[in-house]
Design a protein around this ligand. Structure first.
Ligand code: GDP
Ligand code: MG
Length: 594
């Protein structure tokens, strides 16, 4: 296929607007998969369960249009805000995008965010209304929204049902006609964009590349510019969507490359590949994976560290965007401090540790990376609340923010503005998309998006508001370290970084929860919360009066032995904090207190 007969495109959509269904139908139409083999493109188990695409999956289709054969590369993008950098890199491999909008739901926050990502990349945009079979579909109204929000020509809007197949035959012809072919120079030296990579148990790291200039084939020696490493190419090919080896990938093509890479960390999304010793200008916009949320991960049983370490190592191989470091906690022992792209990423990682690797884990309350400026001007980047200095004067704390887009029916605007203000938000913009639908833009502290924000947003709008966000500028805020103390000893795994106004109420809730959950001990235990050098809340657990068990089981040796065995098992799930024994379950519950 010469570049004139290649089209590289993506489907961008708000979650549930039908991206996976449409992708599957397009694959069916071109004979790539069996009809009925559902949602081929959502592979990971967690993705299937949650119905979201975490990792992008790409496929090449061969399509006949007006007597000519075209190679259409459908480049899938991850479907969640945590992965917006990866979305923008996958779009950089395209010349066009289908902007898919549910005709009953209309323009939503992710529609807006994804449109702008595509627009910034200068992509040809094909607006498509989906679900026109839906009883609530309002194609005329949604077309008007698209025209208003994005200045799109209403005549260019296609209307389809990915479910019934209505209008589907117009989609791929529109891709051929409206998306420009890739501009590439086959004679120039190799210049390729790595836009995705994944780990395959049998084949090692599979890199997905969009070749802009030149060609790459088996036996070539190539260099990944940002990673600064060179490799011998073992195999190249197309994803149809199963890998099909080809002799080479040429200018304009998209496909996979195997280069003997062991660790996905070497395959950096956004990196530029060139022939060894023949550097070329890098693709703009490369950025190393940046952790937006940190959490400690510990084994539930005190003796589970080995197993967790092995699971971590295996999973980290397959997910280059997670940062992993060893951590030692006075409360939970040896574990890991991990950095994630966002809260969903953290959640998916935990779920995969448990489901795919059988590890039982305890995850500490997530924390956002703050910069703490000390007296004298020195500053530190925090990824762990326990590192927040208490012995030196803190001059300022800078917290990360996001620029959030909220799209909502008009009647909920008031409630949503109240919610955003309570979350320390700053209104940036307020746009009426059509009579009845409004878009709000806010700067929000990233820390406030955790917890219940999303649920509250949904309930404040009867489920109608949608949210998307991108990274914002760090902002100064009076953040403090909140410590929980047992008999005067701080429990490091329970420390948090909180806004000054939240320290006391949260401290109270944590103390009450801890005092309520801790089993009684042989002596009195004081539970305290401290922030900014003072105790902000306290509770007491009274001592057990007498040893009831000794009396009941004193005479029966075998029952006593059984009980001791059971206790030994139970002990593995206990942690010793000074003189206090804390069941791991209690930590579980405390991490959830907001
Ligand atoms: P994604 O999150 O954008 O990938 O959306 P999915 O493809 O997973 O679709 C979300 C839901 O919408 C699923 O329950 C689909 O069966 C349904 N769906 C997709 N396309 C259509 C359509 O054209 N009509 C109707 N009625 N439902 C659809
Ligand atoms: Mg999907």
């Amino acid at each position: 296929f010469p570049p004139s007969h290649i089209r590289n495109f993506s489907i961008i959509a708000h979650v549930d607007h039908g991206k996976s269904t449409l992708a599957d139908r397009l694959l069916e139409l071109t004979g790539a998969i069996n009809p009925g083999a559902k949602q081929y493109l959502d592979k990971l188990q967690v993705e299937k369960e949650r119905g979201i695409t975490v990792k992008a999956q790409t496929a090449s289709l061969v399509f006949k249009h007006e007597g000519e054969q075209y190679l259409l590369n459908l480049i899938d993008t991850p479907g969640h805000v945590d992965f917006s950098y990866e979305v923008s890199r996958s779009l950089a491999a395209c010349q066009g995008a289908i902007l898919l909008v549910d005709a009953s739901q209309g323009v939503q926050a992710q529609t807006v965010a994804n449109f702008w990502l595509a627009f910034e990349q200068d992509l040809a945009i094909i607006p498509v209304l989906n679900k026109i079979d839906h009883p609530g579909a309002e194609p005329a109204r949604v077309t008007a929204q698209l025209a208003e929000a994005f200045d799109l020509d209403p005549a260019a809007v296609l209307a389809i049902s990915a479910k019934t197949g209505a209008g589907l035959d117009r989609v791929l012809p529109a891709v051929v006609e409206r998306v420009p072919p890739p501009r590439g120079d086959l004679a120039a030296p190799l210049r390729a964009l790595l836009f995705d990579a994944y780990h395959d148990e049998y084949r090692g790291v599979v890199c997905l590349l969009a070749v802009a200039d030149g060609a790459v084939g088996r036996g070539d020696r190539v260099t990944a510019a940002a990673a600064g490493q060179s490799y011998d190419v073992v195999e190249v090919g197309l994803l149809a969507p199963e890998p099909v080896p080809t002799p080479s990938l040429r200018a304009g093509q998209v496909g996979y490359v195997l280069a003997g890479m062991k660790d996905t960390r070497q395959a950096r999304v956004g990196d530029t590949w060139h022939a060894a010793r023949a550097p070329v200008p890098a693709f703009p916009g490369f950025k190393p994976a940046q952790s937006m949320v940190f959490a400690g991960i510990f084994p539930v049983s005190a003796d589970g560290h080995e197993r967790l370490a092995a699971a971590m190592a295996r999973l980290a191989l397959t997910d280059a965007s997670v940062a992993v470091r060893r951590e030692n906690s006075n409360a939970l022992g040896a574990g890991f401090r991990c950095g994630f792209l966002g809260l969903l990423h953290l959640d998916v990682f935990r779920q995969r540790l448990e489901q795919e690797h059988g590890a039982d884990v305890l995850v500490t309350a997530p924390t956002v990376p703050c910069r703490v400026v000390l007296q004298g001007g020195e500053s530190i980047e925090l990824s762990n609340p326990a590192d927040f200095p208490t012995d030196v004067r803190v001059e300022a704390v800078w917290e990360p923010t996001v620029r959030a887009t909220v799209v909502t029916p008009e009647e909920y605007v008031g409630a949503l503005m109240q919610l955003c203000t309570a979350a320390r938000g700053e209104l940036l913009d307020h746009v009426v998309l059509d009579p009845g639908r409004t878009m709000l833009k806010y700067t929000l502290p990233l820390a406030e998006l955790g917890g219940d924000f999303y649920d509250e947003l949904k309930s404040a709008s009867s489920g109608y508001a949608s949210l998307d966000y991108e990274e914002g500028e760090p902002r100064r805020a009076p953040m403090q370290r909140l410590d929980i103390l047992l008999n005067g000893e701080p429990v490091d795994a329970l420390a948090r970084i909180v806004h000054r106004d939240r320290a006391e109420p949260l401290g109270r809730r944590l103390c009450a929860a801890l005092a309520g959950a801790l089993p009684q001990q042989q002596f009195q235990v004081a539970v305290q919360a401290a922030a900014g050098g003072r105790v902000v809340a306290r509770d007491t657990i009274r001592a057990l009066r007498k040893n009831v068990l000794a009396k009941c089981y004193g005479g029966d040796v075998s029952r006593k032995r059984k009980l001791l065995e059971k206790q030994k098992e139970g002990k593995k799930r206990m942690r010793q904090l000074g003189s206090v024994e804390v069941p791991t379950d209690v930590f579980h519950d405390l991490m959830k207190v907001r």
